[in-house]
Design a protein. Structure first.
Length: 270
């Protein structure tokens, strides 16, 4: 496990650089949309797509899960925290990226139970909100717009819990994951987690979600045999450290270079 520590401070300069380089607001880039599942339930989300997609080209895609403070039904709050910094870095990349940001409600959020203890046990089934978030992305892949081998997930706070929940249920689905200030079930370690590239981040004086939540998960993942784990702990960092992760060009570079290795059919030997 590669561990990084950073001092609290000097984030303002990086954020100013991001905002100065952006020609559009996140609201301009993330267009409102809605998804209706097979049972008629409607999920609101925002999406950023290439303005002029190349015919036949599949783009990398990021699923972003917001925190509890952004829950609601206005289909706007979910793009206010974390995403401006992330989109600022994505604008600097040579290749275009699809970004999907669904909005969940407090009554139907990314996980069924929020628990900060080591005794946390994930629910048997995922929540409707998480299922629909993944279904939105599946539909984009099925339309030939997104590359299924470059599908990434990240989330902050409650979204960090949702990110852990998603990768513990469907590790083979993602090329990489970045849960920030979150936690999961330390006993739920499917084989696919052993090879999934992870960038985990937390502030060491977080009073909302204790830093031990990420430390426990990283220890469990490391002991499980994952050699592609980066744990970034911010010294003096409180709960609001996500902009410092998302505005880091090294994070964006790391994320977009990850590619899921497709399993070959058993009858292919070459």
């Amino acid at each position: 496990m590669r561990m990084k520590t950073k001092l609290a401070g000097c984030a303002l300069l990086a954020l100013c650089a991001v905002s100065a380089s952006a020609q559009f607001t996140v609201g301009d880039m993330m267009k409102p949309a809605a998804y209706t599942n097979a049972h008629g339930n409607v999920s609101m989300y925002r999406i950023s797509m290439p303005q002029y997609p190349k015919p036949g080209h599949r783009y990398p895609m990021i699923l972003f899960l917001h925190g509890s403070g952004e829950c609601g039904t206005n289909n706007y709050s979910q793009i206010k925290a974390g995403l401006p910094a992330l989109m600022g870095q994505l604008l600097k990349q040579k290749e275009q990226v699809i970004v999907v940001a669904p909005q969940c409600r407090i009554s139907n959020n990314w996980i069924k139970k929020l628990d900060f203890t080591a005794d946390y046990v994930a629910s048997k089934e995922p929540t409707l909100a998480l299922r629909d978030a993944l279904a939105i992305c599946d539909s984009i892949i099925e339309r030939g717009l997104a590359d299924p081998n470059r599908f990434y997930i990240t989330g902050l706070s409650l979204g960090g819990f949702g990110t852990w929940d998603a990768i513990q249920r469907y590790p083979e689905k993602f090329a990489a994951a970045a849960p920030i200030c979150g936690s999961g079930d330390v006993r739920k370690l499917p084989p696919g987690l052993k090879k999934l590239p992870l960038w985990v981040a937390h502030g060491d004086i977080d009073e909302n979600v204790p830093v031990d939540c990420s430390r426990r998960m990283c220890e469990a993942i490391h002991n499980f045999g994952n050699k592609q784990l980066i744990y970034e702990e911010f010294q003096g960092g409180n709960h609001l450290i996500w902009d410092r992760v998302y505005s880091d060009p090294q994070f964006t570079k790391w994320l977009l270079k990850q590619t899921r290795k497709e399993k070959k059919p058993w009858w292919k030997f070459w």
